[in-house]
Design a binder for this molecule. Structure first.
Ligand SMILES: *[C@@H]1O[C@H](CO)[C@@H](O)[C@H](O)[C@H]1NC(C)=O
Ligand SMILES: *[C@@H]1O[C@H](CO)[C@@H](O)[C@H](O)[C@H]1NC(C)=O
Ligand SMILES: *[C@@H]1O[C@H](CO)[C@@H](O)[C@H](O)[C@H]1NC(C)=O
Ligand SMILES: *[C@@H]1O[C@H](CO)[C@@H](O)[C@H](O)[C@H]1NC(C)=O
Ligand SMILES: *[C@@H]1O[C@H](CO)[C@@H](O)[C@H](O)[C@H]1NC(C)=O
Ligand SMILES: *[C@@H]1O[C@H](CO)[C@@H](O)[C@H](O)[C@H]1NC(C)=O
Ligand SMILES: *[C@@H]1O[C@H](CO)[C@@H](O)[C@H](O)[C@H]1NC(C)=O
Length: 330
């Protein structure tokens, strides 16, 4: 935590804003994090504000029509671009509910910021004065994961890698729902069997190549952030990846395992809020290598968090580069 503040406060003077909601019922959209950009504000009653508000209300209106929408409002320097994306496994009603909640959150908590993004477990909403629809970005991202260890933890990383490599291949060749693939499998191993639910999804604005790049980045983050949690969700500006396991025949899980040691990645050499992924110019290599790329500027902290449901204790890792929209020339 201290590391985050230090890094973000130097040389560029900005901060990030997040809020965690601790007591929620299962039916409410689960807020994860909101990033506002305080280095770039507009003034109250400006055209930009009017356009931003119009944009958010247009997104709210289209949230009952589908799981993705984009919109642009205004002209010249007062132009605002915005989008929402719901998880492909949410119902139309929870998508709409999530987007509406997220819009209130972003309008309240980033009231005068020129650009912002908020992530919920079920959706994300974002706006900016810079057009971003088909651009690949991997930050800011958030990982939420269970403190419980995955079943069969000795081999879980292999199972996870095999499953998601397949899902990522499938999502970029799927011609069904754009960029959303889910899977449910009963994994049976000598140590025990378990249900393994998994999904990957990209923003429809991405092309297939960049969808693959985004998801490979997300898989790498999830595989290296926090041990082998029994469930995890990563949301980046352009893609998300999620899995959940439940043991069936293995011995009862040990009492919730202590938080795995969380290794902090190195501080960002070149801060940028919505930043492109590390290896943009290269096609993704077929075998996924589980090492942290040295050129990924990212920063993470961890927060204890109480989640209602079958996981009593959760933990959040917030990952982001320094929050400078102005440096991002996208
Ligand atoms: C933008 O507004 C936030 C408060 O909303 C403030 O903390 C920040 O300093 C402002 N940034 C600039 C560049 O004025
Ligand atoms: C963020 O929004 C929540 C309600 O959604 C509110 O309780 C909280 O005070 C807001 N935080 C800031 C810094 O505006
Ligand atoms: C977005 O706003 C920033 C800061 O006001 C400005 O530097 C940048 O040129 C704007 N970008 C566009 C596309 O208007
Ligand atoms: C992928 O994203 C980058 C950056 O947004 C973009 O320049 C490129 O055209 C996209 N598509 C491919 C195939 O690289
Ligand atoms: C899984 O973890 C083991 C040791 O914990 C390691 O040797 C192996 O390379 C990992 N496999 C993958 C696919 O990351
Ligand atoms: C990927 O697609 C193939 C062919 O459609 C299918 O057999 C397989 O089950 C899919 N795998 C996953 C993990 O979705
Ligand atoms: C914006 O959304 C519309 C549908 O609402 C879609 O047809 C269009 O391709 C989207 N554009 C981008 C760049 O995502």
């Amino acid at each position: 935590m201290a590391r985050i503040i230090i890094t973000l406060s130097t040389p560029l003077f900005f901060f990030f804003l997040f809020s965690l909601l601790f007591h929620q019922t299962v039916s409410q959209p689960e807020h994860m994090v909101t990033f506002c950009n305080p280095s770039d504000n507009f003034t109250r009653t400006s055209s930009y504000e009017a356009n931003r508000d119009l944009l958010l209300s247009s997104l709210r209106d289209s949230s009952s029509l589908g799981t993705y929408s984009n919109a642009t409002v205004g002209r010249g320097p007062n132009k605002v671009h915005g989008t929402f994306l719901c998880r492909g496994d949410t119902t139309a009603a929870s998508c709409s509910d999530c987007v509406q909640t997220a819009i209130v959150e972003i309008a309240t908590n980033c009231s005068l910021n020129k650009a912002a993004v908020t992530y919920y477990e079920e959706c994300m909403v974002r706006y900016s004065n810079v057009s971003f629809f088909s651009v690949l970005e991997v930050r800011p991202s958030i990982v939420r994961y269970s403190l419980r260890s995955a079943p069969n933890s000795d081999t879980f990383n292999e199972t996870l890698a095999d499953k998601f490599i397949q899902l990522i291949l499938n999502v970029s060749s799927s011609s069904l729902v754009p960029y959303f693939v889910e899977d449910q499998e009963r994994v049976t191993q000598v140590e025990g069997s378990y249900e393994f639910e998994s999904m990957v999804q990209c923003s429809p604005g991405l092309d297939r190549f960049n969808c693959t790049v985004c998801l490979r980045f997300a898989l790498l983050r999830v595989s290296t952030c926090c041990g082998s949690p029994s469930s995890a969700l990563i949301f980046t500006p352009k893609c998300l990846l999620r899995y959940q396991t439940s043991a069936l025949s293995s011995p009862p899980p040990l009492s919730p395992s202590p938080p795995p040691p969380l290794s902090l990645p190195p501080p960002p050499p070149s801060p940028a809020l919505f930043s492109p992924p590390p290896t943009l110019s290269q096609p993704p290599p077929p075998p996924l290598v589980f090492t942290r790329p040295q050129d990924v500027p990212s920063l993470s902290g961890s927060f204890s968090n109480v989640i209602k449901g079958n996981e009593i204790f959760g933990r959040m890792a917030i990952t982001m580069a320094a929050l400078v929209f102005a440096l991002v020339n996208l």
